[in-house]
Design a protein around this ligand. Structure first.
Ligand code: ACO
Length: 369
């Protein structure tokens, strides 16, 4: 009840999370079929193309133009925004965008995190920002705006795999927040901002950074089992494990592990780091099975997200922002679906607080002179 665990709060054609069988379906296609074979533009076309009347080709060129519009906003990065975390800086820049429910608004919102996150990273590091390029796809452009170097094909494919893998995932907390706000007809920008606020929390999108903190603390495969046991004995949670819906392995973890292995084969990933991550995962699963025998706690999306985004050159405080760059596709599609549905989301609560002791009529009598 308190977490609305089994409540069906929306009907959607966008994605289905089959927690019992570890399967994710996005617009009729399995994640296994999509991850590693499609780009961010393709998934945006699947999720939103019909709603905004554009196919993948048109989305590619309109999205590139939208990245240029978003880049004009970079001029507003000031000392106040630079003092914030990357996620909060992203939230501040997104909040400047005009609200609305048009295709142009949707495309600007879909493009903006891919522009704002690299710009914030570079400005916080004291480096000049790099402008987007109309010729590139969104993943390649995001990597170029981050480093200024032409990315490896395996890196572009790795980021596309990530953005597609996290693009939509049923009625997760941020998507639900987006739908609630969209249902008030506040506009897509407000819906995306609400979603971004929800995503920031460590129990949702804020976990991949702490996954790397765990890797750093463990440092070598030989330390893994002891460190993990001590952590669980202290009642701590292991970041990157467990999920509210999946009762088997999160299929997104395997999609990202595949991208990571391909990046490793292309020379874009440190082999020792990958070996450490695999050892920690193995020991963590054994320890979690022993500590919580009644609860299936397996690897979730955040575990391999951390390693993949690190290998692609994103600093760990930017991981939530990169997550937003993928999930924004789902937020917008859900916002559109909710608007099309036309019904304000307004659940009820059960009052369990104190009740007034005096009946209204008695209070009236008592107040008389
Ligand atoms: N490590 C250790 N114990 C855990 C973990 C974990 N990662 N996850 C759950 N547990 C334990 C809880 O302590 C609890 O034990 P108890 O019953 O003895 O108190 C039991 O498993 C059930 O936990 P709940 O909080 O009821 O499970 P819930 O479904 O609400 O949690 C969640 C899901 C929040 C993801 C949780 O597994 C967690 O905190 N994981 C670590 C953080 C993380 O990886 N977040 C990213 C999630 S993926 C995403 O949102 C994109």
């Amino acid at each position: 009840m308190s977490g609305l665990d089994d409540v069906i709060a929306a009907e959607t054609r966008l994605s289905d999370v089959d927690g019992a069988n570890g399967r994710l379906v996005i617009c009729g296609r399995t994640l296994d079929d999509l991850a590693g074979r499609t780009s961010f533009e393709d998934i945006l076309a699947l999720l939103l193309g019909e709603a905004i009347g554009l196919d993948a080709g048109a989305i590619r060129s309109r999205l590139a133009a939208a990245r240029q519009r978003a880049f004009a906003e970079i001029a507003h990065i000031d000392a106040g925004i630079l003092a914030l975390s990357i996620t909060e800086g992203l939230r501040a820049l997104m909040a400047r965008l005009t609200d609305g429910e048009s295709a142009d608004t949707a495309l600007l919102l879909a493009a903006a995190p891919a522009v704002f996150v690299p710009a914030l990273i570079r400005r916080k590091a004291g480096e000049a920002v790099i402008a987007p390029d109309l010729k590139r796809g969104q993943a390649a452009d995001m990597l170029f705006m981050l480093t200024g170097a032409e990315p490896l094909p395996a890196a572009i494919s790795g980021l596309d795999t990530y953005l597609v893998t996290v693009s939509d995932h049923g009625l997760n907390a941020s998507t639900f927040a987006a739908r609630v706000v969209a249902s008030t007809r506040a506009g897509y920008t407000s819906a995306v901002l609400a979603a971004l606020g929800a995503l920031k929390g460590p129990l949702h999108g804020g976990a991949p950074g702490p996954v790397l903190d765990m890797l750093d603390a463990i440092a070598t495969p030989a330390n893994a089992a002891t460190w993990i046991t001590a952590e669980l004995d202290r009642g701590e949670r292991l970041m990157g494990f467990g999920h509210r819906i999946y009762r088997v392995r999160d299929p997104r973890a395997d999609a990202l592990k595949g991208a990571l292995n391909r990046l490793g084969e292309a020379g874009g990933m440190d082999a020792d780091r990958l070996a450490l991550a695999e050892a920690i995962e193995r020991d963590a699963l054994v320890a979690l099975r022993a500590a919580k025998p009644d609860r299936v706690l397996d690897t979730n999306v955040e575990y391999f997200t951390a390693l993949l985004l690190e290998a692609l050159g994103f600093p760990r405080d930017a991981f939530t922002g990169v997550f937003a760059a993928g999930r924004v596709g789902g937020w917008l599609a859900h916002a559109h679906e909710q608007v099309a549905n036309g019904r304000l989301i307004r659940p009820r609560s059960r009052y369990v607080g104190l009740r007034p002791q005096i009946a209204p009529v008695e209070r009236f009598e008592a107040a008389r002179p």
